[in-house]
Design a protein around this ligand. Structure first.
Ligand code: AMP
Ligand code: MG
Length: 290
């Protein structure tokens, strides 16, 4: 099958290698317009995205079909990034290209009073993807080692404890058959300013604007440090982080598409065998339609 066409020639290094967090030593000087591993231009990238979205949809259907046949495995995309980084766009355009029946989506905002009474992993544990599903977290348990750290609201020992809890939680998750695809979308402060201004200048985008975004923006370098520490402590061999430059929306979407395709291909899925006698069923159908 030539579903990858010649579009894949546009990658000199596969996304799952080029975007690994381990190659990012200093987020503060990260090039948010770079296209690691990708050698073609926007036009080629957008055409490739159409083609690869179809591949992603095909693989997701295989995952779903296997889930229906008793396979316990699932894939969970975890999206992190500053406000306006494009998490919603990835959900809409990347995840949106697959069958919605097979998607378990969850978004995490400021914890409610009820949620605050529990361990920080409690609310995410409730939203994990079911077998055969593609899960998507728009923000996640990582907010609990980003927001309080950037705002200096927790002690270092509490944060260290949380990194450990996260790593243990994810190790168990992977052990039980969930492949994690952890993605941090990184934009520049200038690009964020453009996107926020756009939201403030268009009535159809006011709903996306949150005055609180500007408060977090003032803590930009604190957030960069919190993200760097998060990557350092929770980039594990079983649940690696990918860091995606996101000033170019098309590149970020293509990159996440490739990362999901890779994760699904690793599962080595095939169509489930029939649980019935195909020839006998065909004969029955023929008899009925004769
Ligand atoms: P949005 O994703 O734009 O709807 O915004 C959700 C807001 O909730 C962001 O400002 C997040 O930083 C915030 N948030 C999500 N989870 C947490 C958390 N565990 N602790 C504090 N703030 C959080
Ligand atoms: Mg927001």
């Amino acid at each position: 099958m030539a579903e990858s066409g010649n579009g894949l020639a546009s990658w000199s290094t596969p996304a799952f290698v080029a975007l690994r967090a381990s190659s990012v030593t200093d987020l503060a000087v990260f090039d948010t317009r770079a296209m690691p591993g990708f050698t073609a231009d926007r036009g080629a990238g957008e055409r490739l995205l159409v083609e690869r979205s179809r591949r992603l949809a095909g693989l997701q259907e295989l995952l779903f079909a296997n889930g229906r046949s008793g396979d316990r495995r699932s894939v969970l995309l975890i999206l992190q990034g500053m406000d306006t980084a494009g998490k919603g766009g990835v959900v809409r355009h990347v995840v949106g290209s697959v069958d919605p029946q097979g998607v378990d989506h969850a978004a995490f905002g400021v914890p409610t009073v009820a949620e605050k009474r529990h361990h920080f992993l409690w609310r995410v544990a409730k939203q994990l993807p079911r077998p055969g599903q593609l899960g998507v977290f728009d923000r996640s348990h990582y907010e609990d080692v980003l927001v309080p750290v950037a705002h200096r609201r927790v002690s270092s020992s509490v944060v260290q404890r949380r990194y450990r809890d996260i790593n243990e939680f994810e190790a168990e998750l992977v052990e039980s058959g969930t492949t994690l695809v952890k993605v941090t979308l990184v934009i520049s402060p200038a690009e964020q300013a453009r996107r926020l201004r756009d939201r403030l200048q268009r009535p159809d985008k006011y709903w996306k604007y949150d005055p609180h975004d500007l408060d977090d923006r003032r803590l930009w370098s604190d957030y960069v440090r919190a993200y760097q520490a998060m990557l350092r402590h929770t980039d594990t061999p079983f649940a690696p982080w990918y860091v995606v430059p996101a000033d170019r929306k098309w590149f970020a979407r293509l990159a996440v598409t490739e990362l999901l395709i890779h994760a699904l291909e690793q599962l080595d899925l095939t169509w489930p065998a029939p649980t019935f006698d195909v020839a006998a069923e065909l004969r029955r159908l023929d008899a009925e339609t004769r």
